[in-house]
Design a protein around this ligand. Sequence first.
Ligand code: HEC
Length: 252
Amino acid sequence: MKKFIVSIMFALSASLMTTTAMASGGVELEDAKVDIHNQPSLQRGAKYYVNYCMGCHSLNFSRYNRVAADLGLTEEQVAKNLIFTRDADGELEKPGALMKNGMSQKQSAEWFGAPPPDLSLVGRSRGSDWIYSYLKAFYVDPTRPLGANNTVFPNAGMPHVLWELQGWQEKHCTKGEGEHAVEHCELKLTKAGSMTPVEYDQTVRDITNFLTYVGEPANLHRSTYGIFTLLFLVLFAVVAYLLKKEYWKDVH
Ligand code: HEC
């Protein structure tokens, strides 16, 4: 029996490892260290997102005012800092609107080779480590139509939109000696951007944090519900016990 359990656990962990490796395309991902309870980080992430990503990637399942409430922002702050998209009449969107953009799927597919997907659920489908590593993995590649490639998502259609902040990296590969030597590649920053690498990492972490929150907004409150549920169960157990004692007192 013990052997059986051990072999099942082994099979499970092996399959988990392969899925993780497959999800990252074999590239090692960095730990994003996101914390959706860090509100200032979420606020910065939302600001970067609307400035640098929203033009191409909508968040069709989110509304501005829900994001505002969750991030501790007033509707005025949202209208001033987050809303840049316009409705069909050319008016700026209202805080109750969904976070859509005017990007045409067909046209963008022609421009980038693939349409920029809606990112409402990317925090769940790709995971935060993937997003974090992806945004750090763009490098100069003159063979690509937009001059950039990505080690986490090879030949991605997305340009390196944060290049002004990060600067440009180049890929350097070295191959060890011998017939079966594996090639080892790393990215080196060759042209500095407006941020230091530490600042850039934090920016990318803020964006990733925001996308992780957007993927499952209820997570923000779930742990509080859990505590209340447990408290309720404890109180209910006391009441049930007293009731049981009351019912049975004449029987014995
Ligand atoms: C100029 C348009 C454009 C901008 C701006 C842009 N992206 Fe993209 N992005 C794309 C395109 C196009 C793809 C699809 C790439 C492909 O499939 O080859 C993509 C893909 C992605 C993916 C992978 C989605 C998936 O599951 O396949 C993520 C994550 C992503 N973008 C995040 C971002 C973030 C975060 C920003 C802002 C910092 C951003 N993008 C800004 C065009 C853009």
